[in-house]
Design a protein around this ligand. Structure first.
Ligand code: SF4
Length: 397
């Protein structure tokens, strides 16, 4: 029996830092890129050398940071290396995050030839003033050019990211952003609520009073309106923050939300497989040093760890069941199937979590979908539960 495993590759470089950003990314470090790419290859080799038999790659995701700062030749080199180091499924989803304004039509055309078949574009807003307020580098014209060039290059799976709940954002402004995104005809949309993270420029602006705190109630109204509008536009919500046209859900993220194994490659990347959750060392220079100093033969290190692994947590069955609930309930259509749970853990879902499930169903936050085949019964969030996801997930920690 084969086991599908996904690869996440982190590219921790950005030209400038957006005011809300708390991701593991660095500015002014572009000179590291050639060595970093070489070390990604080295880490992939370490990971592949320990991979148990019958594991095949089903998805690859280049995230950041700004993957579109990589030269296309570097992307080709990484993917060629993946193809020789790992066994692949016949059709592998390969997603690449793009920041508008960082690349041109030629870049996209050559990127498509490397095998990348899905792109995710950080649109964020349709208003230049709003983009400037959160210190994004691009304009709405850059988004339009990037989408057009991506379609011309042959990308037939295209996603746009939008942010709602931005300080001073009004409901009409949000509606216009979403309408503009729909007009660009994406196959997939991710809508993220702006969160004010510690030690970001945005947090300082709010603390100083130069920007107002985002209004949670208004943000909830915005996402309720967006959910209805996207339904009308032919998108299905399949995860709390994600909508897709039929057949265009992001397979990589669905795999992770099903709590299936994935490897995190690169500085600060997270992975989880074989009962081990880990995070790689954060800074790209530390990452490079770790990989450069690692001995060629690293047989003592157990799968899935590589020399870059920094935080390592061994997971017991209770941890894995908890993660399966918290991640799986994010999938708003699929939820958690009792039969899948039993097949994976040999335990009855209701015997383990009956009290929590009954309480959340009584509160109207979860619903139980029953069928003629009890193994297909499932629990999932109700529309109200989608707005109160963190409250639901807390029950399974
Ligand atoms: S482009 Fe993304 S990763 Fe880079 S600074 Fe902006 S939000 Fe952070």
């Amino acid at each position: 029996m084969t086991t599908c495993i996904s690869l996440y590759l982190h590219i921790p470089f950005c030209l400038t830092r957006c005011s809300y950003c708390a991701f593991n990314t660095y500015t002014g470090q572009m000179a590291l890129i050639p060595t970093y790419v070489e070390m990604l290859r080295r880490e992939l080799s370490f990971a592949a050398s320990h991979l148990p038999a019958h594991h095949v790659i089903n998805t690859i995701y280049f995230g950041g940071g700004t993957p579109s700062l990589l030269p296309v030749q570097a992307v080709a080199t990484i993917l060629n290396h993946c193809a020789t180091a790992f066994a692949w499924l016949s059709e592998v989803e390969i997603t690449f995050e793009i920041n508008p304004g960082t690349i041109d039509a030629h870049y996209l055309a050559t990127l498509r030839q490397t095998g990348v078949n899905r792109i995710s574009i950080g649109m964020q807003s349709a208003h230049d003033a709003e983009l400037a307020l959160i210190a994004r580098r691009h304009s709405i014209a850059d988004v339009q050019h990037t989408v057009q060039a991506a379609r011309t290059a042959g990308f037939d799976s295209l996603s746009l990211d939008l942010i709602y709940g931005i300080p001073r954002q009004t409901s009409p402004m949000w509606r216009q952003s979403l309408e503009t995104a729909i007009t660009l005809n994406p196959d997939h949309l991710s809508l993220y609520s702006l969160s004010v993270e510690n030690a970001t420029p945005l947090e300082h602006q709010i603390a100083r009073g130069t920007l107002p705190m985002p209004d949670d109630d208004q943000a909830a109204d915005m996402i309720e309106w967006a959910t209805a509008r996207l339904d009308q536009a032919g998108f299905q919500q399949y995860e709390i923050s994600n909508w897709a046209k039929p057949g265009f859900a992001c397979q990589h993220n669905v795999h992770v939300w099903r709590n299936l194994p994935y490897l995190g490659i690169g500085a600060g990347a997270h992975g989880c497989a074989a009962g081990v959750r880990y995070a790689n060392v954060l800074h790209p220079t530390d990452y490079i040093t770790r990989l450069q100093e690692a001995p060629e033969s690293d047989a003592a290190r157990p799968f899935p760890l590589t020399p870059a692994a920094d935080e390592i947590e061994q997971l017991g069955d209770a941890d894995i069941m908890s993660d399966t609930m918290i991640l799986g309930l994010r999938l708003t259509q699929e939820g958690i199937a009792a039969g899948d749970f039993h097949a994976r853990f040999g335990r009855d879902l209701w015997a383990i979590y009956g009290a929590e499930l009954d309480r959340l169903i009584a509160q109207g936050l979860l619903e139980r979908i029953t069928t003629s085949d009890p193994t297909q019964d499932r629990v999932r969030l109700t529309p109200r539960g989608r707005l109160l996801g963190n409250h639901v997930f807390a029950a399974f920690v």
